[in-house]
Design a protein around this ligand. Structure first.
Ligand SMILES: Nc1nc2c(c(=O)[nH]1)N[C@H]1C(S)=C(S)[C@@H](COP(=O)(O)OP(=O)(O)OC[C@H]3O[C@@H](n4cnc5c(=O)[nH]c(N)nc54)[C@H](O)[C@@H]3O)O[C@H]1N2
Ligand SMILES: Nc1nc2c(c(=O)[nH]1)N[C@H]1C(S)=C(S)[C@@H](COP(=O)(O)OP(=O)(O)OC[C@H]3O[C@@H](n4cnc5c(=O)[nH]c(N)nc54)[C@H](O)[C@@H]3O)O[C@H]1N2
Ligand SMILES: [Mo]
Length: 651
């Protein structure tokens, strides 16, 4: 007996649902699958394959993500497949790929413990990456200095040697001023620049205006602190630059990423043990989902969809042609719904109604679909709009397979629980759906799927289940069962041999572009949104619990602003943006700088933060500017708050 049945205490979905006379009602698997497949078939027949799109679950296994993109490409004939990577680290992948040719974080966690300086830029790992943060603390205990760059003095910053509290959306001026200071102080690594990079002269001209005092005026960070960061980074023997959504959830996110990468090119802090560039990925398998090809422009193993030679082995293996053009990403799928070009959508393990900005726009767009199928473990707000709802198992404990973490390490997971009765494995559901649409895949095991992936993706080739079990996880690239790969990427840049060194890494020539939602007299506060330790994303998986630690949604504001507005701790306030308004309890928080307020998006049933956010998106990666809305804060009488009923406690 290897597994036991999950007791499903938290309203897990246990029956398929279909819409009848406007309402969802329970249905058999047979009826629900037939309805789902018939809707997909009709959509393609009437409007062509590109009117269909698919969202994949970044919490589910690599095997499941591989099957999702295979379903989109081989069964439905479209590259319209994407995941929540679009809402977080797509800009990191785009920026790293532009500089180095591939989009993964460059270092291993072990190197975070074996370095001289760790810069956490726009991330709060103490709350959002607690396991990674343990590696940071070990590094600190072994003597590494820790710098944190965040508008808020976060719990991560509490552990730092230096905290640089900058204005939201001013990371490029800060990075450019650091770069200029390194150049002017003669601290740049000239050998590395000469050998391994291109574009220094343009970069020098780009950063020239960003003197320490110009940067202080724009960023709010004292000139002396900027100088100190520049010298610490350039003088460190080995330095790690780690970033997350403070960098990537902006309308110019890919530029932000390029501005940080430039600093590593100036100093040679990349391609060596202990020195690197590390976007900390979000959901447990968002790295793996992208690696498996559940993105619109790459096949598994980051192989370019535009390259016919790379498509050929997949076409041969699947017996069907693959479109030679990029599909729509998640953001473009929603835009296409708005324009009537998207007719059917298959959402697996995503809750866009509560994770996309500007809720009403998102809901309106989903309503334009002829056919929406949602496959989830809970009845989400997105599922409530669906024509068919399919109850899935929870992949992280109810399925076998592999996951890939932020350091590119692939690890085996084993099924520990059977899904609650009535729910089925995501992969089995996909196979059933494919069969109904005329493609018989049989019922492959997770290992069989993985072996198919290995036959198609060179960077995974050497990672059989046996090899993964033996080595307790392996980082890609791993080309054969024998090879022991270095734990970091881009070591080639240090080679003396030009052939081996390959393409130089280009400096990114990127200018400053302040947040789209401008501050003015009517909307004078900068709202940034993010995470707390005790809750997860749209709250679907964490709202079923109550604990004294969890206080529900709060509007954090500085003591100075609370004073100025006459707001008491705990008092209900109205938060208004140019798009909508919500009521939330105020929390006076000394980690906040004046002019800045903070909310999560973890409690949408209590406070729908996405009514406030803006859908200004990065043109390269499609990521929204969740980190910068302009808002006004109004006091309301307590009774008015209660009457509007928006302050129910969570859970
Ligand atoms: N407990 C918990 N952990 C999680 C999640 C969760 O919901 N709960 N979600 C997971 C997911 S999907 C992701 S993607 C990760 C995200 O992990 P993080 O990116 O670390 O989390 P956030 O809180 O969204 O944002 C990080 C920080 O960015 C700062 N910031 C805002 N604007 C700016 C800016 O303009 N510049 C700079 N430099 N900083 C800025 C914020 O103040 C915040 O502290 O967390 C993952 N882990
Ligand atoms: N305002 C604001 N908005 C944000 C962000 C922000 O910082 N601020 N961050 C953005 C980021 S980084 C992210 S990643 C998104 C997150 O956005 P989403 O991914 O849309 O939100 P989640 O709450 O993580 O919901 C994922 C769903 O997956 C389901 N699920 C879990 N495991 C499985 C499984 O094995 N199989 C299936 N079929 N389903 C499963 C869960 O029940 C849940 O409904 O939100 C984005 N939205
Ligand atoms: Mo994320």
């Amino acid at each position: 007996m290897r597994s036991k049945t999950s007791t499903a205490p938290l309203n897990r979905l246990t029956s398929p649902l279909v819409r009848e006379n406007g309402e969802l009602r329970p249905a058999s698997w047979e009826e629900a699958l037939e309805r789902a497949a018939a809707g997909f078939r009709a959509g393609i027949d009437q409007h062509g394959p590109d009117s269909f799109g698919m969202l994949s679950c970044a919490r589910a296994t690599n095997e499941m993500n591989f099957m999702v993109q295979k379903f989109a490409r081989a069964v439905m004939g479209t590259n319209n497949v994407d995941s929540c990577n679009r809402t977080c680290h797509a800009p990191s992948v785009a920026g790293l790929a532009a500089a180095f040719g591939s989009g993964g974080g460059t270092s291993s966690y072990a190197e975070i413990e074996d370095t001289d300086l760790i810069v956490v830029w726009g991330g709060n790992p103490r709350s959002a990456h607690p396991i990674f943060f343990q590696h940071v603390l070990k590094g600190v205990r072994r003597g590494a200095k820790l710098f944190v760059i965040d508008p808020r003095r976060t719990s991560t910053a509490e552990w730092a040697d230096r905290w640089l509290g900058l204005n939201v959306g001013t990371d490029i001026p800060l990075a450019h001023a650091v770069g200029r200071e390194i150049l002017y102080s003669g601290l740049a690594n000239e050998t590395f620049i000469e050998r391994a990079t291109s574009g220094l002269e343009e970069y020098r001209a780009l950063v020239e205006p960003w003197t320490l005092s110009a940067a202080e005026a724009e960023t709010g960070v004292p000139a002396e602190a900027i100088r100190e960061l520049a010298h610490a980074y350039a003088l460190a023997d080995r330095a790690q630059l780690c970033w997350t959504l403070g960098i990537t959830e902006h309308h110019n996110a890919t530029d932000n990423v390029r501005a940080l990468i430039n600093l590593s090119l100036l100093t040679g802090h990349v391609g060596r043990h202990g020195a690197g560039l590390n976007p900390l990925r979000g959901q447990n398998n968002v790295q793996g989902g992208g690696d498996m090809g559940a993105i619109p422009d790459r096949l598994a193993g980051f192989q370019d969809i535009l390259d016919a030679d790379l498509r050929a082995p997949f076409e041969a293996a699947w017996g069907s042609a693959i479109q030679g053009r990029k599909g729509k990403n998640l953001t473009q799928m929603f835009e296409a719904m708005g324009e009537g070009d998207m007719k059917t959508l298959y959402v697996i393990g995503e809750n866009p109604v509560q994770s996309e900005p500007e809720t009403e726009k998102t809901t309106g767009r989903l309503r334009t679909l002829n056919h929406l199928v949602v496959q989830d473990i809970f009845l989400t707000r997105t599922a409530e709009l669906a024509d068919v709802v399919l109850p899935a198992s929870a992949s992280w404990c109810e399925s076998d397979g592999t996951f890939t973490n932020s350091e590119r390490r692939v690890q085996l997971v084993r099924k520990a629980l059977d899904p609650p009765q009535g729910a089925r494995d995501d992969i089995d559901i996909l196979c059933d759906m494919a069969e109904r649409l005329g493609t018989d895949w049989g019922r492959p095991s997770a290992e069989e799927i993985w072996d198919e992936l290995r036959s198609l993706s060179p960077i995974h080739r050497g990672m059989s289940y046996d090899h993964l079990a033996q080595r307790q996880g392996i980082q890609w690239p791993c080309y054969s069962e024998e090879a022991v790969e270095p734990s970091f990427l881009h070591g080639r840049l240090w080679s003396q041999d030009p052939q081996e060194r390959g393409e130089p890494a280009a400096f990114g020539i990127v200018g400053h572009s302040p947040p789209v939602d401008l501050l003015d007299e009517e909307y004078p506060f900068r709202l940034t949104t993010g995470r707390r330790l005790d809750d997860y994303n749209t709250g679907v998986q964490t709202s079923g619990f109550s604990s004294p630690m969890r206080r529900g949604e709060l509007l954090d504001l500085s003591p100075e602003d609370a004073d100025k507005l006459g707001i008491q701790d705990g008092e209900t306030v109205r938060v208004c943006s140019r798009r909508g308004s919500v009521l939330a309890p105020a929390s006076i928080d000394s980690s906040m700088r004046a002019g800045l307020v903070f909310m999560t998006f973890h409690f949408p049933d209590q406070v729908d933060t996405q009514l406030l956010t803006i859908d200004a998106t990065d043109p390269i990666a499609g990521t929204a500017e969740y980190k910068a809305a302009a808002v006004r804060i109004e006091r309301v009488a307590q009774t008015a708050g209660a009457a509007e009923g928006a302050l129910a406690s969570p859970g």
